[in-house]
Each structure stands twice: as C-alpha cells, then as structure tokens.
Design a protein around this ligand. Structure first.
Ligand SMILES: O=C(O)CC1=CCC(=O)O1
Length: 93
C-alpha cells in the first residue's frame, strides 16, 4: 500500500539547541533504517520549507502509523497522510 506523507517540522522552543540537534540525528538514523527496510522509498525536502514529502510502501494503515510514531521528531511534526491507488492512465506503477 502506497501513502503520500507530508511532514512539517515545528522546532520546539523549550529545548536547548543541542538537545534538538541530538533528536534530529536520531531522526536521521531512524529514517535511514526505515528506508533500508524498503518501507520509505521516497523522501524529498520541500524547497524553502522545513517540510518534506515522502512516499511510504507498507502493508497496512497500522504499520504506517507505527512507523510514523516511531520517528523521534514525531512530537514536533504536523503529519498528513494521503492513501494512493494506481492511476488507470499511468504508464507504470
Ligand atoms: O527534516 C525533516 O523533514 C524531518 C525528517 C524526516 C526524516 C528525517 O530524517 O528528517
């Protein structure tokens, strides 16, 4: 199942900068782990914004929820999820 996921990061104001830097490094390592598992095939920065556009390839809504909530930055992000189907006019999936 493919999902378009958009994540907007809202950096916390109550954390010291080095603490937030540590969380961002943990986020990177967790994101790399999920990508290596083949569950996160696309991750793009939205130009000019602290935001990304991603595609997740998972087996269920629950699996996507579990992956997203496992991200260390999850408490500091607004996340929107759009389920996707193959388009009938698409040349390839
Ligand atoms: O910086 C972001 O867009 C948030 C994020 C998601 C995965 C990652 O490594 O950073």
């Amino acid at each position: 199942m493919l999902f378009l996921v958009q994540m907007k990061v809202n950096p916390p104001t109550h954390l010291a900068p080095d603490e937030f830097a540590r969380i961002k490094e943990e986020e990177k390592q967790r994101a790399l782990e999920i990508q290596r598992q083949g569950k996160w095939p696309h991750l793009w920065r939205v130009t000019g914004k602290y935001s990304n556009v991603s595609v997740f390839d998972v087996d269920s809504n629950q699996e996507l929820h579990d992956l997203l909530t496992s991200l260390p930055l999850f408490p500091f992000m607004e996340v929107s999820v759009t389920p996707m189907n193959t388009h009938p006019s698409a040349l390839s999936e």
